[in-house]
Ligand binder design. Structure first.
Ligand code: URA
Length: 245
């Protein structure tokens, strides 16, 4: 006999949250062998592949400009309280290569553009001097699009609220390659908790796109001795990039 559906309850016997019955149902379906389902976030909490729209109407967005309009004056997480500008992303909408960072810092928040501070200058050097590409020829995005206060790490809920927009950007650009910069971009896209020190430099796949993780440029500013590791990762990436037509 199958197990009963469990719903997380408060001490007073009420569902722990409005989504608790749905999450309980999702766990019940998962344990019954259902692998993938159309549905909202609660299904994802149960570890199921989610096929539904994260936000109603997002499935009808077909260009980056339309996606920026869809995001609007976003209030979907608390990072909206401290931001000056939403940092949507910048670059070539048909880029063959997309870099994904963590989230805007102070300079990016002020300018509304990704990677324009000190870490940004280092990324630009990696792209232009190291890879011999134009910065405007690639696309640069972040996991969260608003600056976390005092540049703290983005929280899980903030990442979850913003991730559908990153996924949509990647779907619309459909690059051949993704280079994730640091722990948050890498772990978010690869759905892993493995440390960046082990993930970096190893080819992986994200939704059929080849992905290579490397260290974040801000980490390199603090640990310049590891620049040689990023250089090795970048060479690995360029060997494949240049081998593509
Ligand atoms: N660090 C990031 O991860 N992203 C930016 O846009 C700037 C700094």
């Amino acid at each position: 006999m199958g197990r009963e559906m469990r719903v997380k309850k408060t001490a007073a016997g009420q569902p722990a949250s409005p989504a608790a019955p749905l999450a309980g149902y999702a766990e019940y379906l998962r344990d019954a062998g259902v692998m993938e389902i159309w549905g909202p976030e609660s299904f994802r909490w149960a570890g199921m592949k989610q096929r539904g729209e994260a936000y109603p109407g997002l499935g009808d967005v077909h260009t980056l400009d339309a996606l920026r309009d869809f995001i609007g004056d976003c209030k979907r997480c608390k990072l909206c309280n401290g931001r000056t500008n939403i940092v949507f992303g910048a670059g070539n909408p048909d880029a063959k290569l997309v870099f994904v960072g963590e989230g805007p810092g102070r300079d990016e928040d002020i300018k509304g553009e990704p990677f324009v501070g000190r870490a940004g200058q280092l990324l630009t050097d990696i792209i232009e001097k190291g890879m011999k590409l134009e910065r405007s020829g690639v696309y640069i995005a972040n996991v969260v699009k608003c600056r976390p206060p005092e540049n703290r790490n983005p929280e899980e809920g903030e990442i979850a609220a913003c991730e559908p927009f990153l996924k949509k950007q990647l779907q619309l650009i459909a690059p051949k390659f993704i280079c994730t910069l640091g722990k948050f971009a890498t772990q978010t896209l690869l759905k892993t908790k493995e440390p960046i020190s082990l993930l970096r430099g190893n080819w992986r796949e994200y939704e059929g796109i080849r992905l290579i993780p490397t260290f974040h440029p801000a980490y390199l500013l603090r640990n310049p001795g590891d620049k040689k590791l990023v250089w090795a990762d970048v060479q690995k990436l360029m060997a494949e990039y240049n081998g593509e037509d």
